[in-house]
Design a protein around this ligand. Structure first.
Ligand SMILES: N[C@@H](CCC(=O)N[C@@H](CS)C(=O)NCC(=O)O)C(=O)O
Length: 328
């Protein structure tokens, strides 16, 4: 684990000493948008027109943020149009690697050894964390975006004319609702589990832990009367939550100490996560070997023996009861 400073790799864990033991996530720095006609998006530069074969996605199958982009690539029929390289689950002194023996597909564009080489290929003297996902433009040889929440919005709409898939997971009439659910889920659940797991003081951990379960209790209530988080219709808010939920009992409950309850103990959430897991194409994006191996093996300051737990045994293919809610 580390970061680039003026293009040089430094092996360095997150510094929580100046923040009272709190983990603070660095915001993503590369924020251009692929658009239908190449016009600039809400942030960054223009020039990235949606075209088949022009973009490449770098992901980890362990990472919940990268997982969102893989799900949208599936749901939106983009597999033929956007190819993918998968890093190894082991993120050690060189950060993410393309070590094929350790579970990577290799870097199919440049045959690089390390993900940080993709960032320095983009900009020789890049400074910052080397995160996945990354959307790469093969035509201009640069990173378009390293922000998953924006990559899924590009995938949701920019390629519709190419794929003829007009499914919309961010419909205009639900923007406000989706934003409010996303705020609750991002701070307290998606990032909340990391804030609990990477906290280095008791107080910072407990604050994050309380947020995780406050938000899960709210979600459990929402799902009592609504099939999905924004009502009747599945939206990006559901997929953004799903990638944390599917990892929860396997990793966040134990490794990140989010252990008031397992998700299996929440009747609505546990059925809902099964419905989403069983959604066509989605199970293929979930890889529990990469998920467990990454966290338990890479974070040796949390788990110094690097022993990866064998369980839990959970059947995500079991029948769910969703669809019986009075949807509103
Ligand atoms: N804001 C980013 C966050 C991505 C992120 O933090 N990815 C993690 C993997 S789960 C990572 O690559 N971490 C490496 C690091 O922080 O050095 C997004 O949502 O795309």
């Amino acid at each position: 684990m580390g970061l680039l400073v003026d293009g040089q790799w430094h092996d360095k864990w997150y510094d929580t000493s100046s923040s009272g033991g709190k983990f603070q996530r660095e915001s993503a720095k590369l924020r251009n948008w692929v658009t239908v006609d190449g016009a600039a998006g809400p942030t960054g530069q223009g020039g990235f027109k949606a075209e088949s074969g022009r973009y490449h996605l770098y992901v980890s199958l362990a990472c919940p943020w990268a997982h969102r982009t893989l799900i949208f690539r599936k749901l939106k029929g983009l597999e033929k149009h956007i190819d993918v390289s998968v890093v190894s689950p082991d993120m050690l002194s060189n950060g993410w690697t393309f070590n094929v023996d350790a579970g990577s597909t290799g870097d199919s564009l440049f045959n690089s050894d390390f993900m940080h080489q993709i960032y320095t290929r983009h900009k020789k003297d890049y400074s910052g964390r080397v995160t996945v996902p990354v959307l790469w433009c093969k035509q201009t040889n640069q990173i378009v975006s390293n922000e998953s929440s924006e990559i899924i919005r590009m995938f949701n709409s920019a390629f519709n004319e190419i794929t003829s898939n007009h499914d919309d997971y961010h419909p205009a009439e639900l923007h406000a609702k989706i934003d409010s659910v996303n705020d609750l889920v991002y701070d307290n659940i998606n990032n909340g589990v990391y804030r609990a797991g990477f906290a280095t003081t008791q107080g910072a951990y407990e604050e994050a832990y309380n947020g995780v379960f406050m938000a899960l209790d709210s979600i459990e209530k929402i799902l009592e009367n609504n099939r999905y988080l924004a009502g009747k219709r599945i939206t990006e808010a559901d997929w953004r939550l799903f990638t944390t939920l599917i990892r929860f009992d396997a990793v966040y409950h134990g490794h990140f100490k989010c252990n008031r309850q397992r998700l299996e103990d929440f009747p609505n959430i546990s059925n809902y996560v099964r419905e989403l897991y069983q959604w066509p194409g989605v199970a293929e994006t979930v890889n529990f070997y990469h998920i467990k191996r990454h966290y338990y093996y890479s974070h040796d300051m949390i788990n110094p023996t690097r022993v990866v737990p064998a369980g839990p045994a959970i059947d995500f293919n079991a029948q769910h009861n969703r669809g019986r809610q009075s949807s509103n």
